[in-house]
Design a protein around this ligand. Structure first.
Ligand SMILES: NC(=O)c1ccc[n+]([C@@H]2O[C@H](COP(=O)([O-])OP(=O)(O)OC[C@H]3O[C@@H](n4cnc5c(N)ncnc54)[C@H](O)[C@@H]3O)[C@@H](O)[C@H]2O)c1
Length: 431
């Protein structure tokens, strides 16, 4: 049967992994009329979503509750429902091992389970980010081991997710998906499904190109952030405000995209994806030296920021040890409640290790759990601010308007370049 006909109606779809990537896709698919089976091996996550709590800034919890009530979206921690699905998206987490190598264990386990349950004719689309070559070299053999003939009675595609949680302009429905397949028929089936979901697509030649393109996108950010972080270390020695320099350069209407310095690069994606590229290059003895340097530069930024706090306090004749430092913003980026890989959290740990009396505020985070320590957030009041020796603005959440911070104006170390006339990188702006 031609593929177009095979996938002509709204058919049951399975989605494995209901996090930042999988849940919005499950909701969109259900809203487009597909019967969606959402699966996550974390039972607590399933219970949370069942209560109508997405925990995600881009998901409307009322929309979620309606889809659950109407049974457009069913939830489970087991994979049995995959036997009813004609397409399965795999959106599980991928990470790094302690040695910094790609850790695809969740992805491979999800593929293994999917291939155990699905019926012939099913389309499997991998959306998780993975090291270049993974779909062709590791996932394909796993599926073939289940006696499937890929491109004939099972269709395997790779389409990396590119969402940017918290982005008000770009989301699932208007970010083009790169779409690749093990065979042309696999790619065609995936393109057809995204078309039904009304998601724009860009077809690419094969799965390794799509994997590498995804990894390149985030490495590009890592390298450019490292460049401005390097500049941010040089500029204070010349009394220059690095933010002014970046803004000035950004006035060029072509050929320059602004990136901004900060306490480091966090999140579950950028550091990991650069590391995938580094690892892939090393495998063939062609090291990605620029990327390796960028990674090291960004990894060292929390340590550098600790030095900034120390210098800031020294200007006030205060020692780091025993000083009161409040960190504003702990998540890995603005207006998102995600702590994964957060450099601000790393900074807090470093401050604690130097016996600083640390407190924090974050509109998204009630308490921080760090190893054996739980640190509850403080309210952001004038009284609390007045008690501090230094207030580090680490994340430019929209909540942090200058009007909220006036009582601490002379104590703010602004790592985000958002407050006018305050201290940036240990130097007064416009000095
Ligand atoms: N978060 C982002 O902004 C973003 C953007 C683009 C791409 N990605 C990539 O997409 C993938 C998913 O990222 P995320 O942020 O949604 O992760 P997440 O941690 O928010 O969600 C992943 C979910 O998968 C579940 N899971 C893990 N293994 C499973 C298994 N074997 N079976 C069923 N469920 C399983 C986890 O319990 C978790 O709920 C990663 O590869 C990530 O790099 C993430």
């Amino acid at each position: 049967m031609p593929l177009k006909e095979m996938y002509s109606d709204a058919f049951p779809i399975g989605i494995l992994g209901l996090g930042y990537v999988g849940l919005p896709l499950a909701i969109l698919s259900a809203q487009k009329g597909f019967q969606v089976f959402g699966i996550d091996h974390n039972k607590e996550r399933i219970r949370e979503i069942e209560r109508g709590n997405s925990r995600l800034v881009d998901v409307n919890d009322d929309d979620l509750s309606i889809l659950l009530q109407n049974n457009n979206l069913s939830l489970s921690s087991s994979c049995e429902d995959l036997a009813r699905c004609r397409a399965v998206f795999i959106c599980v987490s991928t990470s790094l091992t302690n040695k910094g190598e790609p850790d695809h264990s969740h992805l491979l386990s999800a593929v293994e389970k999917t291939a155990t349950y699905v019926k012939p004719g099913t389309l499997i689309i991998i959306e998780s980010t993975c090291a270049p070559g993974t779909t062709q070299e590791i996932i394909l053999p796993l599926i073939q081991a289940k006696e499937f003939h890929v491109g004939e009675n099972l269709f395997l595609a790779y389409s990396p997710e590119r969402i940017d949680p918290g982005n008000k302009f770009y989301s699932l429905g208007n970010i083009p998906k790169l779409v690749s397949g093990i065979t042309p028929s696999c790619r065609l089936a995936a393109l057809d499904l995204y078309e039904k979901l009304n998601i724009p697509t860009v077809a690419v030649k094969n799965t390794t190109v799509a994997e590498l393109a995804k990894v390149l996108e985030n490495t590009y950010r890592d390298v450019n952030i490292a460049l401005v972080n390097e500049l941010a270390k040089i500029c204070p020695k010349y009394g220059i405000d690095v933010w002014e320099v970046v803004r000035a350069a950004a006035s060029k209407p072509f050929g320059f995209q602004p990136f901004y310095p900060g306490p480091g690069v966090g999140g579950s994606c950028i550091p990991k994806d650069s590391s995938y590229l580094i690892h892939w290059a090393q495998k063939n003895n062609t090291p990605a030296l620029l990327v390796e340097t960028a990674r090291r530069t960004n990894e060292n930024m929390p340590e550098y920021t600790l030095g900034q706090v120390e210098r800031f306090l020294k200007e006030k004749n205060l020692r780091l040890e025993g000083s009161k430092v409040m960190v504003l913003g702990t998540t890995y980026k603005k207006d998102v409640g995600d702590l994964r890989g957060s450099p601000a959290l790393e900074l807090i740990k470093l401050l604690i290790s130097r016996n600083v009396i640390v407190s924090y505020h974050d509109p998204f985070i009630e308490k921080l759990e760090m190893d054996s320590l739980t640190l509850p957030g403080k309210e952001l009041t004038n009284e609390v601010l007045k008690l501090q020796d230094c207030v580090v603005l680490a994340v430019s959440h929209s909540y942090y308007k200058i009007s909220r911070l006036t009582s601490a104006a002379d104590k703010i170390l602004d790592l985000t370049g958002t407050l006018p006339g305050n201290i940036v990188n240990g130097e007064r702006k416009g000095k």
